[in-house]
Design a protein. Structure first.
Lengths: 344, 306, 307
């Protein structure tokens, strides 16, 4: 399958040449558990264009990973269900496609890199076998040819002595090298979209920087769209074009990296910025956001952030869910009082 | 909305945790969570009920039967169940219901005492080995390795074949000897995983003594798998004693044990199946209840399944 | 892999000697006269008793006794019964029958057990899962001697499907005892497979395999199964060793002339030395098979090889 063919269809359906690479609209994902229904994703919308990096920022439980899993189609169902919304890959709604088409897209057009490579890689198969599997299964390549391609991939992602190490097992690599293997595996079939779910969280700080640099370089080379999911503000500073901040399953603020970071328009984002220790704040108290993210079985009414919010005001904040108000073109904030937040 | 109120509100994030918890509720512990889950689990309730019944049977057999298990008339040998003797009679002509009910005592006694001792040994040796590591651990681990090399039933048989008398004490002792290694190994690995936790380091830096760390922090958090296994072990021990008595190498007459009852009646099962059914059923249900309860406990106490 | 094998061997050797010494000491170092105790209530004359004491070197210090005994074991001398017949003689005739029984039981428990466990593990809380969970606990709870007699009565006498006891000329008469012998293990294997598979299916690498766009069949059949079968295969390997020893009750009930029934009979006829001799033999078999399992485990799980 050549790249030309790949660009003409998605899941056997013709693409819309005017549509963005990925357009997610009003996505809702819920988990039906014995304790009740967990609203993991509550109306998430964003757009990704070719060559762009979108960073999805949020704490654990914000729904950032679940929304990505929904796109990939790897949510266990039951208990998870996509109850509303569309995810259009070049204009083709992924959720309308039959499972075997989605499976063909998975890994080859849309790939994912996971957080902890030690547990995300199969411990009983060699690294080369796992990378080659992409070629053997999706393209029917022969074992020897696939192996050669795998070695090439390993070199491309910066693993030294690739030819010797292709038959090693995941536990024989260091954390950073393992993550590179995962990236190689994801990039094997030249996907249009790469989703990186907390790719550096399990790594040391210095290695984090290397991996982020690698991802940025690879993106430059291939022109793929990248979704970077993380809770770490520092990690996205170098790489992201756009940011979407998530809280309790909703996007509370979105916009370009610069705009959101320098002039936050939502109390949660403001709180996040204030809670990062900075070298020029030496001697001052740290300001955490008091409390913890809500139990997704019992999301607070109205704006889900209101119990922790200094700008919260009755009755609006506890009764009405804020819409994504447009701050400027392409910039949104889901806060009733976003102007006050922006102005300090 | 006045200017003053606006300015007041801005920048002052809620500082009061109590105020926050008013919305979320107080934190819950593993034990209270587990108890709530268990109460709702029908299998747990059922097995606990059965076990309770057997306990009562062991303590107060007269509640279930007025017949004397040792009052036997050969003329009634192997008679099937009727309206007076609900379980019939055994080969000696003793009331089978009475014998079966009285048999519960021996099983529960052995099951409980062997398991209790094994747990005590495990608490001492297992936590010492897991916590201190080094020489203590090597000694304990090698000892358990040696014990594991000998299959349980075979080990029990060998020891019992040299003993002169085989009463309750002897059989219990033998079962403790062959039973402690598994418990110790389980406790040790549980302690090792608990020991690595950050809160242990925290306690240590706050100056807690080893004794305090072990008793207040490590034991409560590592004891869950031991509790689960101990419950199942009671059932396993009851089964083991029955097997040994059945083989003729465990309890001897005039002791009343379900295994022994089945042994004595071996040759007559084809003609008088009731001789097999009743003690067999009681044995099976008792062991079944303990295993089921252990399973329910495991599901309730395993934080990973939450 | 070589270093691992060496280390297991270094570990095995002292355990082997300590364990056999323990068995020996438990029998021959107890207070009182071990020969008298082993004879039980059997009427044996004093001369025979003295000859036995000589035979077992009981006049030597304990350690020397043990050394001589273990040397004997290596050369096939496991002592004699009270009629001076060598235990090895008695044993060697019985081994083929027990091996045959063990093989049939093993095949049945391995195939059915793994199959049931896989079907149960694939869908947690599904019908197969519940069925396997309940039936395995039931089987494990029923003591094997009760199961044996029940099976004999129900399937042999009442329904007449199988022969009630062993007949050397009819290999089908091995089926019922093999079914009974394998039942408890089958239950354990099914439970182990079920738990192992259910746990493996929740692993991160299974999610990765799905994200790679592999078919469900491949994800479960290759990625998950390869991992979840590790504990099952090791259990199976250990079980072969214990099948030999666990056949005591089954062989007794069905009258199969194997090693187990020999122990059963020796206990009944108070031939303590035979019991001890056979048990030592079985313990050695058990330990060697455990050692083989250690090597097998390293072959299956690459993480262990390089420890």
């Amino acid at each position: 399958m050549t790249t030309m063919d790949a660009q003409a269809t998605v899941g056997g359906r013709p693409v819309d040449p005017t549509a963005p690479l990925l357009a997610v609209d009003d996505l809702h994902v819920e988990f039906r558990t014995a304790d009740g229904i967990v609203q993991a994703v509550n109306g998430v919308s964003y757009t990704l264009r070719e060559g762009e990096t979108l960073a999805i920022l949020g704490e654990s439980g914000s729904g950032k990973s679940v929304s990505a899993h929904a796109l990939m189609g790897i949510i266990d169902s039951p208990p998870g269900f996509i109850t509303h919304g569309t995810a259009k890959f070049r204009g083709v709604n992924l959720f309308d496609l039959p499972e075997d088409e989605r499976r063909r897209i998975r890994g080859s057009r849309m790939a994912m890199v996971f957080q902890d490579a030690l547990t995300a890689l199969n411990p009983v198969f060699t690294v080369g076998w796992q990378i080659s599997e992409m070629f053997r299964q999706h393209e029917g390549m022969s074992k020897s040819k696939a192996r050669e391609r795998s070695i090439g991939l390993m070199e491309r992602v910066g693993i030294p002595s690739a030819r010797e190490r292709v038959d090693s097992y995941p536990h024989e690599f260091s954390g950073g090298m393992r993550q590179r293997v995962m990236i190689a595996m994801a990039l094997a079939l030249d996907p249009d979209i790469l989703i990186a779910d907390e790719p550096t969280t399990a790594l040391d700080v210095t290695v984090q920087a290397q991996i982020m640099r690698l991802l940025a370089d690879l993106q430059q080379e291939t022109g793929m769209g990248m979704i970077l999911i993380t809770h770490d503000l520092g990690v996205i500073a170098e790489v992201a074009d756009n940011v979407a901040v998530m809280y309790a399953g909703r996007i509370v603020e979105s916009g370009t990296l610069r705009d959101v970071f320098t002039k936050p328009a939502h109390p949660y984002t403001l709180g996040l910025m204030h809670s990062i220790p900075r070298a020029d704040q030496k001697g001052e108290r740290l300001e955490p956001i008091i409390g913890s993210p809500p139990d997704l079985l019992h999301i607070p009414s109205g704006c889900s952030f209101h119990p922790r919010c200094p700008y919260a005001r009755q009755p609006e904040c506890s009764t009405r869910v804020p819409d994504a108000h447009v701050v400027t073109g392409g910039r949104t904030s889901a806060c009733h009082f976003w102007q006050e937040v922006q102005n300090g | 909305m006045s200017e003053a109120e606006l300015v007041e509100g801005a920048g002052a994030f809620p500082q009061d945790v109590a105020e926050f918890e008013a919305v979320t509720g107080p934190p819950r512990s593993l034990w209270s969570d587990a108890w709530r889950e268990l109460r709702a689990n029908r299998l747990f309730v059922a097995s606990a009920t059965f076990i309770l019944v057997f306990f009562i049977m062991a303590l107060f057999p007269t509640l279930f039967t007025d017949a004397d298990p040792r009052h036997c008339l050969l003329s009634r040998s192997a008679l099937p169940p009727d309206s007076i003797a609900w379980f019939g009679y055994d080969l000696q002509g003793c009331d089978y219901l009475a014998r079966t009910v009285h048999g519960a005592r021996v099983s529960i006694l052995i099951g409980l005492s062997v398991t209790t001792f094994a747990v005590l040994i495990a608490l001492a040796l297992g936590s010492a080995a897991g916590f201190y590591g080094g020489l203590v651990d090597t000694l304990v681990s090698r000892a358990t390795d040696v014990m594991f090399a000998i299959p349980t039933l075979l080990g029990g048989i060998v020891i019992l074949s040299v003993l002169e008398s085989r009463g309750l004490k002897e059989v219990s002792l033998v079962l403790i000897v062959v039973g402690w290694p598994t418990m110790v190994r389980l406790m040790r690995s549980s302690v090792i995983s608990t020991r690595e936790a950050d809160y242990i380091d925290a306690a240590r830096t706050l100056g807690a003594t080893d004794w305090r760390i072990i008793t207040r922090h490590i034991l409560p958090n590592s004891i869950a798998p031991v509790i689960v296994y101990a419950t199942i072990t009671i059932g396993v021990i009851i089964s083991a004693e029955a097997a040994l008595s059945f083989l003729g190498i465990g309890l001897q007459r005039p002791a009343i044990s379900w295994g022994l009852m089945i042994n004595t009646a071996q040759t007559r099962f084809h003609t008088s199946p009731h001789l097999l059914y009743f003690p067999g059923a009681f044995l099976s249900v008792t062991v079944f209840s303990f295993i089921l309860m252990g399973d329910a406990l495991r599901d309730a106490l395993d934080p990973k399944l939450k | 892999m070589g270093r691992y094998a060496l280390r297991r061997l270094f570990h095995f050797i002292p355990v082997f000697f300590f364990a056999t010494f323990l068995v020996y000491a438990l029998v021959f170092a107890m207070p009182g006269d071990p020969i008298r105790a082993l004879a039980g209530e059997k009427p044996v004359n004093a001369a025979t008793l003295e000859a036995m004491r000589e035979r077992f070197n009981l006049n030597d210090p304990l350690l020397i006794q043990y050394v001589k005994y273990i040397k004997g074991v290596f050369t096939g001398d496991l002592g004699t019964n009270f009629a001076q017949r060598p235990v090895w003689d008695i044993l060697s005739q019985r081994i083929p029958t027990t091996v045959r029984l063990a093989i049939v039981a093993f095949s049945y428990e391995a195939i059915l057990g793994v199959l049931a466990g896989v079907l149960a593990g694939l869908k947690r809380k599904g019908f197969m899962d519940m069925l396997v969970a309940v039936s395995t606990v039931s089987i494990i709870s029923i003591p094997i001697f009760v199961l044996a007699y029940l099976a004999q009565y129900a399937l042999g006498v009442q329904l007449g499907w199988f022969a009630v006891s062993y007949n050397a000329n009819e290999w089908t008469s091995l089926i019922l005892p093999a079914l009974v012998l394998g039942s408890t293990s089958l239950a354990y294997i099914a439970r182990l497979t079920r738990t192992s598979l259910a746990e493996t299916l929740r692993a991160d690498y299974v999610r990765t395999a799905t994200a790679k766009g592999l078919s469900r069949r491949r994800v479960v059949g290759i990625h998950a199964l390869r991992n979840s079968m590790i504990p099952v295969v090791t259990f199976l390997a250990v079980d072969i060793g214990s099948l030999m020893g666990g056949a005591i009750i089954t062989e007794g009930v069905f009258n199969v002339p194997g090693i187990g029934r020999e122990v059963f009979a020796a206990i009944k006829s108070q031939e303590g030395t035979v019991v001890v001799g056979i048990v030592v033999f079985l313990v050695v078999i058990f330990m060697v098979s455990n050692l083989i399992v250690d090597f097998l485990y390293a072959a299956l799980d690459p993480r262990i090889r390089y420890e």
